[in-house]
Design a protein around this ligand. Structure first.
Ligand code: GLU
Length: 297
């Protein structure tokens, strides 16, 4: 696959709650970078988390983004060459990606629960993003894949796995990236992050896989996201490699904190775009202290 010649950035919110000012700041940087490069900005609705997803959040998300001043040229509401832009409608595409990983022997079935992992993890420390390092329990079990073919001819090519599927990371290898904001970054596989889930036991793709496949096929040239996802970026670089896909550039943004120094999260309702709007705040005012203007060399 050739890299798109022009800059293509994206906003990739998850509709699991209302967007807050921290999201808006990261997205604003993404928008400013796309503008500075004379590029495109696309909106992708990352609605794969069936347990937390709510339709009302999707509608609110679109309204809140528009209110704040975001403009996208492709997205779930406007269409575009890489439609659909709702991840929940792209399942066949993710299955094809998963099949490639399986064929390349990059993944293995894992039946561990979160609790199993917590109790089996020797060092109780989790890495930067709070994900415990997988202790490798199922890695070398040599379990046969529990695969069942669908009997329905219309969907016969679909395969159902009755376990989550993990990507086997190359232990000890340093994954490096030159971040557009933070510069040189290094993470050691097996130490800073462990084998990670690419497909959940409930039959849905995990964020890491869906995101990589979409960013690649949507020809995203630069991924702008929060610094909390730096370790995930290292995981994703391994996925790009395994899938033979071009790795985009990355720009990670500092996270916004509240007065107590706590990272803003969806629970900070008072700083949700919804509530700020309801209180009569103006987006321009909210942005006034942000230094997001991009000057290109
Ligand atoms: N949907 C993810 C999130 O909201 C996207 C992160 C990203 O890759 O930018 O955390």
């Amino acid at each position: 696959m050739n890299r798109a010649p022009n800059y293509r950035g994206r906003l990739a919110p998850s509709p699991t709650g209302h967007l807050h000012l921290g999201h808006a700041r990261t997205f604003w940087i993404a928008q400013e970078r796309a503008r500075a490069h004379g590029g495109e900005l696309i909106l992708r609705n990352e609605d794969l988390d069936a347990a937390r997803f709510k339709m009302e959040f999707v509608e609110a998300m679109l309204q809140d983004l528009r209110w704040f001043g975001f403009e996208w040229s492709e997205g779930p509401d406007v269409g575009g060459p890489f439609a659909p832009y709702n991840q929940s409608e792209r399942m066949d595409f993710y299955r094809a990606g998963l099949e490639k990983l399986r064929a390349g022997n990059f993944i293995y079935p894992c039946t561990c629960s979160r609790k199993d992992i917590r109790s089996a993890t020797r060092a109780p420390h989790a890495n930067d993003d709070g994900e415990p390092i997988y202790p490798g329990t199922c890695r070398n079990k040599g379990d046969k894949w529990q695969v069942t073919s669908d009997k329905n001819p219309a969907t016969a090519s679909r395969i159902t796995y009755h376990a989550s599927l993990r990507f086997r990371v190359p232990d000890g290898e340093t994954i490096s990236l030159t971040d557009g904001n933070f510069g040189e970054q290094k993470f050691v596989a097996g130490k800073d992050f462990g084998d990670f889930v690419v497909w959940r036991g409930d039959g849905s793709p995990a964020y890491q896989l869906a995101c990589v496949l979409d960013d690649a096929v949507m020809q995203i040239t630069e991924v702008v996201r929060g610094a909390d996802l730096l370790v995930s970026t290292a995981r994703q670089i391994l996925l790009y490699r395994a899938l033979g896909l071009p790795v985009p550039d990355f720009f990670h943004c500092e996270l916004m904190c509240d007065e107590a120094g706590q990272r803003l999260a969806k629970r900070h309702d008072s700083l949700s775009l919804r509530q700020l709007r309801g209180r009569g705040e103006s987006p321009a005012n909210l942005r006034s202290g942000w230094k997001t203007e991009i000057s290109l060399p």
